[in-house]
Design a protein around this ligand. Structure first.
Ligand code: SF4
Length: 903
């Protein structure tokens, strides 16, 4: 791009063509006061504080709306500019509660900074004219019109970044105000509670209710979803006070979703946190010392060595925590029975993408998604489950004109932005994807040279599609032929095109086939190995990628080195100084089956709640009861913990050091912000102590950085990763050497396996089909406001206010046929169990399909779901099972599993 040379305050500055004078000044670190400008927002010129003097021009233009031009000579602080600017600040302050000492933003306020810059003393006066009312209707956010300076930044960020448009500025002069659209309260509006408005507010016109001024801040990573947003934890004493987004983070650029911004502090500070070990005595869990708990664990586990033991690790814990758990299972307990919740979310991604590409991870960075020309979002409700990735999609469409294809049976939020929405039937993804591939082949839209140079087995794939009957695809999917063709053309003709998917693709008895079909489509069009393209599985938990990388899998050592491979086994035997079992272990579902059969007798569960999260959870609860010895390690006493013989108190992410690896393979530092509460300890410390008590060697770490040193020696893709390097930012693996910069885009020159492999796939229907007895399909997913089994988010009062109970989505036609009213109480019955919950009658669910989340233990959706497994990845078919619905009585509605959280 061409560059422009100009002079600002006698400094020579060079910027790209198209940049503004304000951009140019900022690029040269010249401070220009501005209250309404923001790099993520379109130029506005509202506050007029960024005025500058440009030689040869009479007026004082706003620098945020003036394009930098060649040879321009700019003065940002001439006497004339300063005088006008001072008057503007006086006018702003005159229409503002002018009392900094009493303001919650004191010392964090841009208006205060500008006031100091122009050397004005605040007057300590109240706003007398204009609108001064305060909207406190929202659980987290307050609109305080006494302090609002009407810069409209909140309105613009809600529209331009968040794509929600919940706010507007109405009225003029003294009657001007910021309000929710339609002059509603914020609670009544379409607000998604992300708090981007209050983060951008330069004064205190929008603030949070839970604001408390921190005395210190610590940079770390959000503990919820796999996006891995950078955050700062604000600390007051030894308590968390607040959270803000890290503007330097390449993942989120300071943006956060409701859970990251408002859902952390209350969880960490919760009074019900486990603070000491619990040991079961006379049927009751009672407080005990660490020594007592460790003695019991040591003596008990010593008698279950070998395949009578299994461990379930945690995708919420750090890489270092996970590494030592699998090491304990393998080296001390002598078994590969180690698994974690990736089995329930992305095990087909591993199986499918390793087969096709040689690596089972997201191929491209999150930050590139907004530059894609086409985004194909299939099986992902992105704005609910990965909200910050959702912002990238919205930016691609709204700012950069990208085409968005949404394939989802439900009318999810992303459909508002889509060029094309394919409402296929649940479980028919393979048919849809093959149909699109068929069109691309038929219309010669494929990338012949990419296929010839970079791929193999194309002929077999092409042949497999020759017999495809597109009319049959229409019948199976319920999507019109023209729409299938339009999607195929849109994807193939708008390169780079990025595929996003999540558990709508993987949680099927044919989840691996779904992933293979996606990989085929990307290779067919050459949309792999280049920026803003690729196959991008969005990981659910904050460190599910890392837990997989660390080898918490029954068939892989750390770094996906296969257990059955003798060379890999010898490598780890040499490193760990012991012989290792050669047979792959059991997956989570198999562990619970084996426990029910009495084959697994002892189980160590860390940070997981399988009593709620596993399908057909009645069977899981039977398995937990059957165990001879169960150790659960968690923050709270979970539903699973209630079955335990020993419960160990773990510290939270805010109380420990370590690393998380996010969905785009970015290894990031997690930093201790406060001391562990009570006697809680970091997972790695607890696991290492257990290992040492059982006679294990190689568990004498003093700090997690030493564990990372060991990981970097054994896992080639982490070879160049160290705490020292992570101090200056995250690194995307593969990062094989200390000099390597990390790898944003996978498969750029060659696929990880050499050539990309086309794998023919055939459509197989979900294992349960609607019939007379169970005529409806139940599909499951997540809400924006809760997370997984709710063990953390349900402790946050404001989140419960926003989404506090299960609401079963049902299409109006089905509701009418069944005589069900919106809000009515219904019983949902599957072949495995039943639950009672309220109905939400909505067009979001298609006819014949109901939708439930799995956040609410009292209406445990997984009592209903089908445990049938994908034969390759062993993932259960959580996304499709059949049910029937009956009316139920209000009195049958279960009590909330969590007491009303104090707010
Ligand atoms: Fe946290 Fe995910 Fe929300 Fe980011 S998108 S703030 S990582 S929950």
């Amino acid at each position: 791009m061409a560059t422009i040379k100009l002079t600002i305050d006698n400094v020579a500055v060079e910027v790209e063509e198209g940049k503004t004078v304000l951009d140019a000044a900022q690029s040269a670190s010249i401070y220009v006061p501005a209250l309404c400008a923001d790099p993520d927002l379109k130029p506005y010129g509202g506050c007029r504080l960024c005025i500058v003097e440009i030689e040869g021009r009479d007026a004082l233009p706003t620098s945020c709306t003036t394009a930098a031009a060649e040879g321009m000579v700019v003065h940002t602080r001439s006497e004339r500019v300063n005088e006008v600017r001072r008057r503007i600040v006086e006018l702003i302050r005159a229409d503002h509660d002018d009392n900094c000492r009493l303001c919650p933003k004191n010392e964090f306020c841009d208006l205060q900074r500008v006031t100091n810059y122009v050397s004005i003393e605040p007057q300590e006066t109240k706003k007398l004219a204009g609108i001064t009312d305060v909207d406190r209707s929202h659980p987290f956010i307050v609109i305080d019109r006494r302090r609002c300076i009407l810069c409209a930044k909140c309105v613009r960020v809600c529209e331009e970044v968040q794509g929600v448009g919940a706010l507007e500025m109405v009225g003029q002069g003294f009657s001007a105000k910021i309000t929710a659209i339609g002059d509603k309260t914020l609670a009544e509006s379409t607000c998604e509670s992300c708090g981007q408005c209050l983060d951008r507010c330069p004064a205190a016109g929008i603030i949070t209710k839970i604001y408390r001024l921190p005395t210190e801040e610590v940079k770390t990573v959000c503990p919820y979803c796999g996006v891995g947003c950078g955050i700062y934890l604000g600390i007051y004493g030894n308590q968390l006070a607040c959270v803000r987004g890290d503007k330097e983070s390449p993942v989120n650029n300071g943006n956060l979703c409701v859970k990251g911004r408002f859902g952390v502090v209350d969880v960490i500070n919760d009074l019900e946190r486990l603070t000491s070990p619990l040991v079961r005595k006379n049927g009751q869990l009672v407080e005990a010392t660490w020594d007592e708990a460790m003695d019991v664990i040591g003596s008990k586990l010593a008698s279950y060595k070998g395949d009578q033991f299994a461990a379930i690790s945690s995708a919420k814990s750090t890489n270092e925590d996970n590494y030592v758990v699998q090491k304990l299972a393998r080296t001390v307990m002598g078994t590969n029975n180690i698994d974690h919740c990736a089995r329930l979310c992305h095990s087909p991604t591993l199986a499918g993408l390793i087969t096709s590409f040689g690596s089972g991870a997201m191929t491209n960075p999150i930050g590139e998604i907004s530059e894609a020309k086409c985004i194909f979002a299939i099986g992902t409700d992105t704005t609910a489950t990965h909200p910050i990735v959702g912002l990238q999609v919205k930016k691609a469409v709204n700012r950069n004109g990208a085409k968005l294809i949404v394939a989802n049976p439900r009318q999810i939020d992303l459909c508002r932005f889509a060029s094309l929405w394919l409402r296929h039937r649940p479980g028919t993804d393979v048919a849809l994807l093959c149909g699109m591939a068929w069109v691309i082949l038929d219309e010669q839209l494929y990338d012949r040279s990419f296929i010839e140079e970079r791929c193999e087995d194309f002929n077999a794939f092409e042949k497999s599609l020759q017999s495809l009957d597109i009319e049959q695809v229409v019948q199976i999917t319920g999507v019109a032929r023209d729409d299938i063709a339009a999607a195929a053309r849109m994807y193939a003709e708008n390169s780079p095109a990025s595929i996003l998917y999540a558990m709508g693709i993987t949680q099927h008895s044919h989840g691996t086939d779904n992933v293979l079909a996606i990989a085929n489509l990307a290779m067919l069009t050459g949309n792999i190995g280049k920026p803003s393209s690729g196959v991008n599985p969005l990981r659910g938990q904050n460190n599910v990628q890392g837990a997989c990388d660390m080898g918490c899998l029954p068939d892989f050592y750390p770094g996906y080195q296969p257990v059955p491979d003798p060379a890999a086994r010898q490598k780890f035997e040499a490193a760990w100084g012991c012989s290792l079992p050669s047979e792959a272990g059991l997956t989570i579902s198999e562990i619970f089956d084996a426990a029910r059969e009495g084959k697994i007798k002892a189980l160590y569960v860390i940070g997981e709640n399988p009593a709620i999260s596993e399908p057909d959870s009645t069977r899981v609860r039977e398995a937990l009861e059957k165990l001879e010895f169960l150790v659960v390690q968690d923050l709270f006493l979970t539903e699973t913990g209630q079955f335990a013989d020993i419960v160990l108190p773990a510290s939270t992410f805010a109380e420990r050091d370590g690393t998380f690896t996010n969905t785009e393979r970015r290894v990031q530092r997690v930093r201790r912000a406060i001391e562990p509460v009570g006697q809680s300890r970091a997972d790695w410390q607890i696991t290492c102590q257990i290992a040492k008590n059982l006679g294990g060697n190689g568990f004498d770490y003093n700090h997690p950085s030493q564990i990372m040193e060991e990981i970097s020696k054994l896992v080639p893709s982490y070879g160049g990763i160290s705490y020292e390097r992570l101090e200056t930012g995250g690194l995307q693996w593969p990062c094989p050497t200390p000099e390597h910069p990390g790898t944003p885009v996978l498969h750029a020159e060659r696929f990880a396996r050499g050539k990309g492999k086309f794998v023919p796939v055939q459509y197989r229907p979900p294992l349960e089909q609607p019939d007379e007895e169970y005529p409806l399909v139940l599909t499951t997913g997540r809400s924006l406001y809760q997370f997984h089994t709710g063990t953390m988010t349900r402790r946050v009062g404001g989140l419960n206010e926003l989404k506090g109970e299960e609401l079963v989505e049902i299409n109006p036609k089905d509701a009418t046929a069944l005589g069900i009213a919106d809000g009515g109480v219904i019983r949902i019955i599957s072949r495995r169990g039943q639950v009672v919950a309220r109905a939400k009658v909505t067009e979001v669910s298609p006819e014949g399909v109901i939708f439930m989340s799995f956040h609410f233990a009292e209406t445990a959706t997984n009592l209903l779901t089908n445990p049938a497994l994908d034969p390759v990845a062993k993932i259960p078919e959580l996304k499709v099972c059949t049910v029937r619905i009956e009316e139920a009585d209000e009195s049958e509605l279960p009590e909330p599993a969590y007491e009303e959280a104090l707010f």
